[in-house]
Write a protein that binds this ligand. Structure first.
Ligand SMILES: [Fe+2]
Ligand SMILES: [Fe+2]
Length: 179
């Protein structure tokens, strides 16, 4: 049977790949060149579009509601905790955008927010892969899993689309060759 979580676990791999590149970029912030600034900007856009809009969008809009419907309570449990962590991630993103938005890059503020984000997301992904997704795999019947996978595809098409997906992958490959 195809579990809906499989698609999300694959996206986690892409996000973790992006985070390890991002970590290398932020290590160069002591001497922020224009080229580095542009790459950081592109990386933040990737995190907003792929990690938050596409991936967290699938979790918040589709998987978590299905799990709640299957009887897993939102408040006081892992779903509530995951939602809270998505919000914490958005706060770090706001901090990064602000640090990049001035005339000069605020390297200290960018680094603080970036390292907070990287640490948060790595731990978050570990919890989802290890605790939350296995719970969903157990609770959701096969037909619901299939329905979710189709809804994921539709969501992805709506918020990203095939062309942009390709472009994001090419961008990560380019980063990986340079950092
Ligand atoms: Fe999540
Ligand atoms: Fe996730």
């Amino acid at each position: 049977m195809a579990y809906a979580s499989k698609d999300l676990i694959e996206e986690h791999e892409a996000i973790l790949h992006g985070l390890s590149i991002f970590e290398k970029m932020t290590a160069l912030l002591d001497t922020p060149t224009d080229a580095l600034r542009k790459d950081l900007q592109d990386m933040v856009d990737f995190l907003v579009l792929f990690a938050d809009t596409c991936h967290h969008g699938k979790e918040e809009g589709l998987l978590f509601p299905a799990m709640e419907q299957a009887g897993i309570p939102k408040e006081g449990g892992p779903i509530g905790q995951m939602l809270h962590e998505h919000e914490q991630g958005r706060a770090f993103i706001r901090g990064m955008k602000q640090a990049l938005g001035g005339e000069n890059v605020d390297s200290g503020a960018f680094r603080t927010n970036a390292s907070g984000y990287i640490e948060l997301l790595r731990a978050h992904i570990e919890k989802e892969n290890g605790i939350l997704f296995p719970m969903g795999d157990r609770f959701l019947p096969p037909e619901k899993q299939q329905e979710l996978l189709e809804a994921f595809d539709k969501h992805e098409e709506e918020v990203i689309g095939a062309g942009v997906h390709e472009r994001l992958h090419a961008m990560l490959d380019d980063f990986a060759s340079r950092y």
